[in-house]
Design a protein around this ligand. Structure first.
Ligand SMILES: C[S@@+](CC[C@H](N)C(=O)[O-])C[C@H]1O[C@@H](n2cnc3c(N)ncnc32)[C@H](O)[C@@H]1O
Length: 213
């Protein structure tokens, strides 16, 4: 995963992060991240914040790429921890977000959150990342790891590939492993989460609201 994503980052990081354009301007790129945060987070603040002031919250992003969504998270929340398997992506994110003093970026090993130690987070998020991971075990491990860092009752909102008709392979880091609704529920239960809401089963954008028990 690291080799492939480092290569993609060197070739055209912003395009592989968000394939809608090949030549993103800074403004358009970070505005697209703001739109994702608006649609998936700012319209869902009851579940995300549960009465807390977002500016007092610590949030986690897995697979931050070159910081497209991280910037928008940092504009809305108190502290943002973000990890990515690719050092090349983290290098670009560090450069692009050097004005954001509440962002903490780390390269991780692609399968757990050990690099963050035991930081406590109030909300966790990942978008268009798990859809690329070819191993169900790695995705389940991330869910377990979020459970380790998330406060009780906190939300991990994330998207997985839900289209089981796609041809995937164990070494394909572009088309990741799909989840059925039953598999998503099973993953939540085995990792200590309540899979309270699920939208988009059977599609690329299968969204899961996992609340830590
Ligand atoms: C399509 S990009 C999306 C980036 C960001 N989520 C966004 O929407 O702007 C996917 C990112 O996930 C990262 N990634 C892929 N597999 C990963 C893994 N196993 N652990 C952590 N990051 C991973 C890649 O390096 C890449 O930066």
């Amino acid at each position: 995963m690291r080799r492939d994503w480092d290569e993609r980052a060197k070739e055209n990081a912003r395009h592989y992060v968000a394939t809608a354009q090949t030549d993103w301007s800074d403004d358009a790129y970070f505005e697209s991240g703001r739109q994702n945060v608006h649609h998936e987070i700012l319209t869902d603040m009851g579940n995300v914040c549960q009465g807390q002031d977002p500016k007092t919250m610590t949030v986690l992003e897995i697979g931050c790429g070159s910081g497209r969504i991280t910037r928008a998270l940092s504009e809305n929340f108190g502290e943002v921890y973000a990890v990515d398997v690719s050092g090349e992506m983290i290098r670009r994110a560090s450069e692009a977000l050097k004005d954001r003093t509440n962002v903490h970026l780390s390269q991780n090993n692609g399968q757990d959150l050990a690099v963050l130690g035991d930081v406590r987070v109030d909300f966790a998020f990942t978008y268009i990342v798990f859809q690329h991971i070819p191993s169900r075990a790695v995705i389940c491990n991330y869910v377990r790891e979020v459970g380790r860092l998330l406060k009780p009752g906190g939300l991990f909102k994330f998207q997985v590939q839900g289209d089981a008709t796609l041809k995937t392979a164990p070494d394909d880091t572009w088309l990741g492993v799909p989840f059925s609704d039953a598999e998503a529920v099973e993953m939540a239960e085995s990792c200590g989460f309540e899979p309270r809401y699920r939208i988009g089963a059977g599609t690329q954008y299968f969204w899961l609201w996992f609340f830590k028990r």
